[in-house]
Design a protein around this ligand. Structure first.
Ligand code: NAP
Ligand code: MG
Length: 403
């Protein structure tokens, strides 16, 4: 068989620890034998980030803007322990945060469903994809402890020095607390466009919810910006694609999500997304089966797994012990990026290959061959636990039958 030709490179962002080991295995076993793989390679492994003073992270984000599609391996976000472990010059920022800020992107997380791993909510037969607005609100707040007898006000000084005030509370009878937070129309608009674009891309309904009945200016602005952008830029496209934009109150949304059978994108404000994405991930069964894609309002895509570098497994690997680490989310980051590259470049062979590789992966698990994390969860009767490499080789066997 001839190798599939790629017209444009993918931006490849390598990473750390166990996922870096898996990264190479995926390429060697499942990609390089079949694709004339073209990538522009950036090493986001912590050592090289440290060596380049994190410039490599910025360069990789700029390359993503240029080429439109990236695939990223999980990376270490340094903390105090990592400072010593890697002898770092500085506590470098989270690469995901840096890339997200440079692309002004929104993160969409979706579970990969397989037979034998039943969600805690059994009616969820289709994935629920969560989008979290990752700017502002309580994550960039100012807070104060207030003493009894104080009066708290919001005060805004405009460009001409005029002040407007709004009473928060008269603390006549008790000590208390206050909190100030903000968001930006520009950030909310980018979030809305990323959500509408991704809904069209995936042909999925989009749900959005706030508490606009209580928060008549703050949350209502989110509702209004989404509604305006939908009316003016996306309504016709949604109707053509046969998908729906659905707005409701956040508590109503939660009730509907629980009753639903899945199969939509749920856009959440920052705090709602923080809380709900952990609930959704847990309810679907396994963090190792969660994919993640960063989408910019201009339609630039960066694919990755939602989990981290699986440090505990890496230390076992370093000691020469066998690991059974789940490679599925990292593999699906590659298939997502290859399919998107194929769509943009009009190379359907690349899209077909991505589809078949995903099918081979799911069928392998459904046939009972799986890594340890899934082995513990699966209700299949005939199941076998395999190691990291054996799993990828089993997928390869199935892939060859499909090609
Ligand atoms: P983690 O790497 O996601 O792993 C947490 C635990 O979840 C693992 O110890 C493992 O449990 C299980 N797990 C996660 N992925 C798995 C997989 N593919 N296969 C099997 N089991 C899996 O999170 P962490 O330990 O909190 O973070 C480790 C490093 O990753 C940190 O340095 C953090 O900064 C980084 N991180 C990066 C990203 C990213 O790049 N997007 C995201 C999150 C964290 P058992 O040990 O019980 O088997
Ligand atoms: Mg959270």
């Amino acid at each position: 068989m001839d190798k599939i030709i790629m017209k444009t490179p993918l931006v490849e962002m390598d990473g750390d620890e166990m996922t870096r080991i898996i990264w190479k295995m995926i390429k060697d076993i499942l990609l390089l034998p079949y694709i004339d793989l073209k990538t522009e390679y950036y090493d986001l492994g912590l050592e090289y980030r440290n060596e380049t003073n994190d410039q490599v992270t910025i360069d990789s984000a700029e390359a993503t803007k240029k080429y439109g599609v990236a695939v990223k391996c999980a990376t270490i976000t340094p903390n105090a322990a990592r400072m010593t472990e890697y002898n770092l010059k500085e506590m470098w920022k989270s690469p995901n945060g840096t890339i997200r800020a440079l692309l002004d992107g929104t993160v969409f997380r979706s579970p990969i469903l397989v037979k034998g791993i039943t969600p805690y909510i059994p009616t969820w037969t289709k994935p629920i994809c969560i989008a979290r607005h990752a700017y502002g609100d309580v994550y960039k707040n100012s807070e104060m402890i207030v003493e009894k007898g104080s009066k708290a006000e919001l005060c805004v000084t405009d460009a001409n020095g005029n002040e407007s005030r709004e009473l928060i509370f008269d603390f006549n009878n008790s000590d208390g607390i206050i909190q100030g937070m903000h968001n930006l129309d520009s950030s909310i608009s980018s979030f809305a466009r990323a959500c509408f674009n991704y809904a069209l891309d995936q042909k999925l309904d989009l749900w959005f919810a706030t508490k606009d009945t209580i928060s008549k200016k703050y949350d209502h602005t989110f509702k209004d910006i989404f509604a305006d952008i939908y009316e003016n830029e996306y309504k016709e496209k949604f109707e053509k694609a046969g998908i729906e934009y659905f707005y409701t109150l956040i508590d109503d949304a939660v009730a509907r999500v629980i009753r639903s059978d899945g199969g939509y994108i749920w856009a959440c404000k920052n705090y709602d997304g923080d809380v709900m994405s952990d609930m959704i991930a847990t309810a679907f069964g396994s963090l190792a089966m969660m994919t993640s894609v960063l989408v910019s309002p201009q339609g630039i895509y960066e694919y990755e797994a939602a989990h981290g570098t699986v440090q505990r497994h890496y230390y076992k690997h370093l000691k020469g012990e066998e690991t059974s680490t789940n490679s599925v989310a990292t593999l699906f980051a590659w298939t997502g990026a290859l399919r998107k590259r194929g769509e943009l470049d009009d190379t359907p062979q690349l899209c077909e290959f991505a589809d078949k590789l995903e099918r081979a992966t799911i069928e392998t698990i459904e046939s009972g061959i799986m890594t340890g994390d899934l082995y513990l969860l699966s209700t299949l009767e005939n199941k076998t636990k395999v190691n990291t490499e054996e799993f990828l080789k089993a997928v390869k066997e199935r892939l060859e039958q499909l090609l």
